[in-house]
Design a protein around this ligand. Structure first.
Ligand code: C5P
Length: 254
C-alpha cells in the first residue's frame, strides 16, 4: 500500500516499518534480517548490538543491502557530538540520532557535521532528535525530572528546537505525533517507538498505541522491537505487523 506525502514521501507501508535489532550477536541480527526483510523497510541498530559488534558488525548488517537507523542517542558537548556524528554518518547509515535535551547548539553541531559529508562519498544520513523516551510517563517526568509542563508540550517544544537546529525529524511517542506534525509541518520526519500490535504485551513502554494508529495520526515510521524479535516466529510476526497496519489504515490516504 502506498501512503501519502509526509517526510517519508510516497513510502509504502513496508518502508515505514523499522525493526529494532535488539540482540547482542551478529548471527542473531542477521538471522532476524533474513527472516523479516520482506515485511520491513529499515533496521534499527541500537546500543546492545552496536556495543557488541561495533562498526564491523554494523557494516555486516548493511552489506545485506538493507537501510540502517543507528540509534545511539548521542548526548554530550557539541564538539564531541559533532565529531562522533561525522564518524557514524560516514559508515553509510540512513539515519542516526541525538538527544534533544543536549540543546540547540549540540543538535546543530550534529546536523552541520552530517550535512558537510553530503558532498563527499558518504550518503546523506537523516539526523533525528530523541524528545522524551516512550518508556517515561507524565508522572515520572514531573516528579523525577522536575519538568512541570504537560508531556505533549514538552515534546512539541523539543521538536521545534530540533527543527530550528536543522535536524530532519524527531523520535517521539505516538501520543505526541499530531501536535508535532501541526507545529513542525509535513517535511519533518516523525519516528515512533512504543508501538504495540493488539496481540503483543506492553513490556516497559508507557506511552503506546498500535502501529496503525501511530501512522494514522501522522507518524512517518514506526519502530517495532520485542513484538517481533521475541516472537517464536519473527518472520510471521513481522508479516502480521505489516498486514495489521494495512488493515487498520484501510483506504485512509495517510
Ligand atoms: O521492544 P520495543 O518495541 O519496545 O522496542 C523499542 C525500541 O525503540 C528499543 O530499541 C528502544 O531503545 C527504542 N526507543 C524507544 N523510545 C525512544 C527511543 C528509542 O523505545 N524514545
Amino acid at each position: 500500500m502506498a501512503l501519502g506525502n509526509r517526510a517519508a514521501g510516497s513510502a509504502t507501508t513496508r518502508d515505514r516499518i523499522i525493526l529494532a535489532l535488539d540482540v547482542s550477536s551478529l548471527a542473531d541480527a542477521l538471522s532476524l534480517v533474513k527472516a523479516t526483510r520482506e515485511s520491513v523497510g529499515m533496521y534499527k541498530v541500537g546500543m546492545e548490538l552496536f556495543y557488541s559488534v561495533g562498526i564491523p558488525g554494523l557494516r555486516a548488517v548493511m552489506s545485506e543491502g538493507v537501510s540502517v537507523f543507528l540509534d545511539l542517542k548521542l548526548h554530550d558537548i557539541p564538539t564531541t557530538v559533532e565529531r562522533a556524528s561525522r564518524v557514524l554518518a560516514a559508515t553509510g547509515v540512513a539515519m542516526l540520532n541525538v538527544h534533544c535535551l543536549g540543546g540547540l547548539r549540540m543538535m546543530k553541531a550534529a546536523a552541520d557535521a552530517v550535512g558537510s559529508l553530503q558532498d563527499g562519498s558518504a550518503r546523506h544520513a537523516k539526523v533525528i532528535g530523541v524528545t522524551v523516551l516512550t518508556s517515561l510517563s507524565q508522572d515520572e517526568v514531573t516528579s523525577e525530572l522536575g519538568i512541570e509542563r504537560p508531556l505533549v508540550d514538552q515534546v512539541t517544544a523539543l521538536a521545534l528546537n530540533a527543527k530550528k537546529a536543522g535536524l530532519d525529524g524527531v523520535v517521539a511517542s505516538p501520543w505526541e505525533v499530531s501536535s508535532i506534525r501541526k507545529a513542525c509541518g509535513d517535511g519533518f520526519a516523525i519516528v515512533t517507538p512504543g508501538v504495540r500490535p493488539r496481540w503483543a504485551g506492553v513490556d516497559d513502554q508507557r506511552r503506546v498505541t498500535t502501529p496503525g494508529e501511530a501512522i494514522r495520526s501522522g507518524a512517518d515510521y514506526v519502530v517495532v522491537g520485542r513484538a517481533v524479535t521475541r516472537d517464536k516466529d519473527p518472520r510471521s510476526a513481522a508479516a502480521r505487523v505489516l498486514t495489521d497496519i494495512e488493515a487498520e489504515l484501510g483506504e485512509c490516504e495517510c
